[in-house]
Ligand binder design. Structure first.
Ligand SMILES: Cc1cc2nc3c(=O)[nH]c(=O)nc-3n(C[C@H](O)[C@H](O)[C@H](O)COP(=O)(O)OP(=O)(O)OC[C@H]3O[C@@H](n4cnc5c(N)ncnc54)[C@H](O)[C@@H]3O)c2cc1C
Length: 387
């Protein structure tokens, strides 16, 4: 597949670049160092319609596909920003779109598309379950027309900067289900109404931003919060996880391109031993290699996104592989850039260290590279399950 940007995709790039240009590297450095959520940036992206871009037109969005979604996030990261602060809404709304009732869709999607409601939080990870989501123990008990929720989540992003949260919780104990993927339900919760039912404690991380541990203390929510069928929640978010892999691939590509731009520009102008440092093969070749890896990852990402938009069942495998390759290529670009900057990479004013941290974490979250390898080994190549 040849990567050729359509006129629409080029227009999208230009439009997103125009918004990003209003938020310079210093804005992002301050947000990172002072742990400030980039509220103004998120609002500007919402106002320009980019965060509702994937919502169908009938619900007030632009009805764009996932290739375009990935491009939007790529441009945010390519500008030196942090797409993680805005990406969740783009993939979480898919669960609501595909599995919500018409009443739920009418109630939320137009407001999400207009930016009046933020759906920026997806609470899955738990301290004792880790990557094995089937072991999650946050529990929702049905009482009359309500669910009472108790439990704990960890590393939950943007909780203090969202209006809505998607939550996965068990509604049938693990030892009472036929398949361990059964008995987990999906809830859409209005975080503005939870009161003391959820206690959030901030987790300072190397990425800055708004990461939290959540404690659910007899949180009462209406049965109307359930998305899809009770006990089938994991199936409701499966498509969303493929979408997430695609969008994160776009973000990783944006980071990678930023590093290549910076490394070439700085390396060509930095003269040591009477010549630009990029004239040395030891500096030049890792940059060239990372660039080629990025191009290859981009081609697979486009193919995966096109398949996903066409509802091709092989999209999931390709999206996982694209995420693996894009995050790896971006990390190699980050390493090459850091090495090119030498000691200056350590100075915050060059932003390389901040972006390096983003690139490194993409090999772990939202899905770690090992788990993609095991998926490909088992499901694509039909080798025994490795765990
Ligand atoms: C900044 C940040 C923001 C996050 N935001 C969110 C969020 O908004 N919502 C949310 O739900 N979660 C969020 N997470 C959690 C994130 O998705 C998890 O950290 C990630 O999925 C890995 O899970 P874990 O940390 O429990 O690692 P573990 O499951 O403990 O795994 C640790 C390591 O062991 C490896 N490993 C485990 N099992 C195997 C195996 N069978 N084979 C090979 N290797 C294996 C993994 O690859 C990993 O490298 C966030 C994390 C961070 C750091």
């Amino acid at each position: 597949m040849v990567v050729a940007y359509s006129d629409l995709q080029q227009d999208i790039r230009n439009g997103v670049r125009e918004v990003c240009a209003r938020f310079d590297l210093e804005y992002w450095r301050k947000s990172h160092e002072e742990n400030l959520y980039p509220t103004e940036f998120v609002k500007a992206m919402s106002d320009a319609g980019w965060l509702g871009a994937l919502i169908p037109e009938e619900y007030g969005g632009a009805g764009l596909g996932f290739t375009e979604g990935a491009i939007i996030l790529e441009e945010v990261n390519r500008s030196g920003g942090n797409a993680n602060q805005v990406h969740a809404q783009m993939y979480t709304m898919g669960a609501l779109l595909r599995h919500g009732s018409e009443e739920q869709k009418q109630k939320y999607l137009p407001q999400i598309a207009s930016g009046d409601l933020r759906l920026q939080t997806f609470a899955v990870t738990e301290p004792d379950a880790g990557t094995d989501t089937t072991k999650l123990t946050t529990y929702a008990v049905k009482k009359g027309d309500k669910y009472i929720i108790n439990g704990q989540k960890i590393f939950i992003s943007r909780f203090n900067n969202t209006d809505l949260m998607l939550l996965l919780a068990r509604t049938t104990p693990l030892d009472q289900v036929q398949k361990k993927t059964h008995g987990i339900s999906l809830f859409l919760i209005d975080t503005r109404e939870v009161g003391d039912g959820i206690e959030a404690t901030k987790i300072p991380t190397m990425l800055g931003g708004d990461t939290n541990q959540l404690f659910f203390n007899d949180l009462e929510v209406s049965e109307d919060c359930l998305i899809g069928e009770e006990g089938r929640g994991l199936y409701c978010v499966m498509d969303g996880m493929v979408a997430e892999r695609l969008l994160v691939s776009g973000s990783a590509l944006g980071n990678g391109k930023w590093f290549i731009d910076q490394a070439v520009k700085y390396g060509n102008s930095r003269v040591v031993f009477d010549r630009p440092i990029t004239q040395n093969q030891g500096v030049q070749f890792p940059i060239a290699q990372a660039y080629m890896e990025l191009r290859a990852a981009e081609a697979l990402m486009y193919e995966a996104a096109a398949k996903f938009d066409a509802q091709d069942p092989t999209a999931g495998a390709d999206a996982n592989m694209a995420k693996y390759l894009a995050s790896d290529a971006a990390y190699h670009a980050a390493e090459a850039c850091m090495q090119t900057f030498g000691g200056y990479a350590a100075a915050n004013e060059y932003h390389v260290n901040r972006k390096w941290m983003q690139a490194r974490m993409m090999k772990i979250a939202p899905i770690s590279s090992n788990l993609v390898l095991s998926y490909v080994g088992q499901h694509v190549l039909k080798m025994p399950r490795s765990y």
